[in-house]
Write a protein that binds this ligand. Structure first.
Ligand SMILES: Cc1ncc(COP(=O)(O)O)c(C=O)c1O
Length: 371
């Protein structure tokens, strides 16, 4: 059996034909064709007014924060459990991340704990729709409105997930997505900024174009210090094909998740991603939660055991405040607890039902032997 990778995209002939077209013809007057097509298709899919493609989600987040007016000394509330890029982007903007604990069931920021983290310096809240799950946006938007704070959604891991029928990323003031190679839809590396807010879109567009403003008729005459976080037409061709196929991609992830659900259904000491009643999870990554802490990432732990059997897996995100760069915030107890008893299971688009059963068998054999 070939090694089972944590994630791999699904590249069909459509992706290959668009990339071939972009590399053969996408130059000169056609050098932005696929970028424009991608942005239009993405905004239609999300049901949002503006979409701007970027070189990464991290870059999109950084520019979005600057466009929102987040700067030196400000604070941005982010979940304790997420990828480091959320904190990095806040710090690139000159501000400080404030970590708030997550919910036991959704693994997204806990709205009940947000208000006590708000200070006069708080400029924004960044809910992250983690592992395809959905943050409680109604509660978050209410808090933001009450305190006059902006909301930037991060659905990098949840493209296609829905909250009360609305696609995540289209609910807050703006949203940021990732097209990294492990994500639901990929361009290799890439990202997307989305918003319904014309003013924010205009500010973002100026920053995205090295500070050039549309009224300026002289070439190479920027009015501001901007950024270079652009996607290439070649990458956009790949992402465009993926977005054309997005429903098929999500359907496949759901099928893989259902295989895992069946496979683990006879075991009551583990559970998989929680399906919220008001939301449609996109099942980007299956997560297995154990009922008590186990050795996950140390020598002799589950990750090593799976690795020895040809299976890639990943730890649940470590709490950001447990990383060496930040002061520890162990009061964020849900985040500190979950990472000791959860693991990311592989879900490359090419995984088979037999391979899923094999992964489950190897997880259970580890648990049985370590009991
Ligand atoms: C929740 C979350 N936000 C942001 C990012 C950053 O995306 P990118 O690698 O495109 O910058 C990631 C990537 O892994 C992510 O998982």
């Amino acid at each position: 059996m070939e090694r089972i990778r944590i994630a791999k995209p699904w590249i069909s002939n459509l992706e290959i034909s668009y990339v071939q077209d972009a590399v053969s013809n996408g130059w000169g007057e056609k050098c932005y064709t696929y970028i424009k097509k991608l942005e239009k298709r993405f905004s239609e899919y999300l049901g949002i007014k503006h979409a701007v493609a970027t070189s990464s989600c991290t870059g999109a987040t950084h520019m979005a924060l600057v466009a929102m007016g987040v700067g030196a000394g400000d604070e941005v509330i982010i979940p304790e459990t997420t990828w480091i890029s959320c904190a990095s982007a806040v710090i690139y903007a000159g501000a400080n991340p404030v970590f708030v604990d997550i919910k036991e069931d959704t693994w997204c920021i806990d709205p009940d704990k947000i208000e006590r983290a708000i200070s006069p310096k708080t400029k924004a809240i960044m809910p992250v729709h983690i592992y395809g799950n959905v943050a409680e946006m109604n509660e978050i938007m209410d808090i933001a409105t009450k305190h006059n704070i902006q909301v930037i959604e991060d659905p990098a891991e949840a493209l296609g997930a829905e909250y009360y029928g609305r696609k995540v990323g289209s609910i807050g003031g703006c949203g940021v997505f990732s097209f990294h190679g492990t994500k639901m839809a990929t361009s290799g590396e890439g990202g997307m900024f989305v918003t319904n807010d014309d003013e924010l879109f205009n500010k973002f567009s100026v920053l995205h174009d090295q500070g050039r403003v549309s009224e300026e008729k002289r070439m190479f005459f920027p009015h501001h210090i901007g950024y270079k976080y652009k996607i290439s037409n070649l990458q956009a061709a790949l992402a465009y094909a993926q977005i054309e196929r997005i429903r098929e991609l999500i359907q496949k992830k759901k099928e893989i998740f259902n295989w895992y659900s069946q496979s683990f259904s006879n075991f009551d000491n583990v559970k998989l991603n929680y399906q919220q009643k008001y939301a449609k999870c996109c099942y980007w990554m299956p997560i297995l939660i154990f009922d008590k802490p186990i050795n996950i990432d140390q020598s002799g732990g589950l990750i090593e055991h799976l690795d020895n059997h040809g299976i890639d897996s990943r730890p649940f995100f470590y709490p950001l405040s447990s990383l060496p760069m930040f002061p520890k915030q162990q009061q964020n107890s849900v985040a500190y607890d979950l990472c000791k008893r959860a693991i990311n299971l592989p879900s490359p688009f090419c995984i088979t039902k037999e391979e899923v059963n094999y992964v489950s068998k190897m997880v259970m054999s580890f648990l049985n032997n370590s009991n």
